[in-house]
Ligand binder design. Structure first.
Ligand SMILES: NC(=O)c1ccc[n+]([C@@H]2O[C@H](COP(=O)([O-])OP(=O)(O)OC[C@H]3O[C@@H](n4cnc5c(N)ncnc54)[C@H](OP(=O)(O)O)[C@@H]3O)[C@@H](O)[C@H]2O)c1
Length: 233
């Protein structure tokens, strides 16, 4: 991809492989950037994944990676790069999700990580107003990608219905960046309407509706105990 981009746009693209789900990965990446004298103007915290299934059946080690990647590294990178982002009047773009707007049974931890990303990013937007740095939380709904395969469901839970292409979703996010000063944006007309609607529901109703849409797999007795015991290895 770096070669394709370089050829198509006459740019230099540097690839730095890193497991961003490992604790401390953000700090190591920032040190690596400094060693290469690479200055960051735009930080896109895109890497993320979800775990699918009843919470008690998911190995804790996998859940910990999910939290570290979706939340821990995102915060670490934002913090470490903030001085240069402010100095260059740069951009922080954090990938949240429509899963951020209500609890997501069946993807309980994923929805919680995205609620964190949305809340954190909108607060940061306000805190950094006037610095020249642009902060935006992007909330896609179902988007064509490897997400479903990685999370272990092809039925696509939280972000269902008709999927957007990644290109359309990115184009909408770029438009929001260029034409608004909003703290967050939801891509897709239907997703925007649903995100607004769910805020009007009592919490109990929001989680019940989300549960139905997700098609939450039920917890069976014995399943939890064996899975949690398995996660110790
Ligand atoms: N697809 C959707 O419906 C949807 C909806 C709302 C929000 N989102 C969010 O959009 C973002 C992108 O997801 P996607 O849909 O494009 O899914 P994806 O196709 O599975 O892509 C995930 C990206 O994260 C990277 N990644 C995963 N684990 C990593 C790790 N440990 N270290 C470094 N990089 C890692 C992957 O890199 P490799 O390919 O190298 O593994 C890949 O570039 C995520 O934050 C996701 O939560 C997706």
């Amino acid at each position: 991809m770096a070669a394709e981009l370089a050829a198509a746009h006459g740019i230099t693209a540097t690839v730095i492989p890193a497991d961003l789900a490992a604790p401390g990965a953000g700090a190591r990446l920032v040190a690596d950037l400094a060693a290469r004298s690479l200055h960051v103007h735009t930080l896109v915290n895109n890497a993320g994944f979800g775990t699918y299934g009843p919470f008690g059946t998911i190995p804790l080690a996998r859940t910990a990676q999910e939290i570290q990647l979706n939340v821990g590294t995102l915060v670490e990178l934002t913090s470490a790069l903030m001085p240069q982002l402010i100095a260059s009047q740069g951009i922080v773009l954090n990938l949240a999700s429509t899963a951020a707007f209500q609890p997501t049974p069946g993807m309980a931890v994923y929805g919680a990580t995205k609620a964190f990303v949305l809340s954190f990013t909108e607060a940061l937007w306000r805190e950094t107003e006037g610095t020249g740095m642009r902060v935006l939380a992007v909330c896609p709904g179902g988007t064509d990608s490897e997400f479903g395969a990685v999370s272990g469901t092809t039925a696509s839970p939280a972000e269902f219905g008709k999927r957007q292409s990644a290109a359309d979703m990115v184009a909408e996010a770029m438009r929001a960046l260029e034409t608004t000063n909003a703290p967050s944006m939801v891509s897709g007309t239907r997703n925007r309407a649903l995100a607004r609607l769910v805020r009007l529901f009592p919490r109990r109703t929001a989680v019940a509706v989300s549960d139905r849409v997700m098609g939450r797999p039920r917890v069976r007795a014995g399943q939890v105990a064996s899975s949690v015991a398995g996660s110790a290895h």
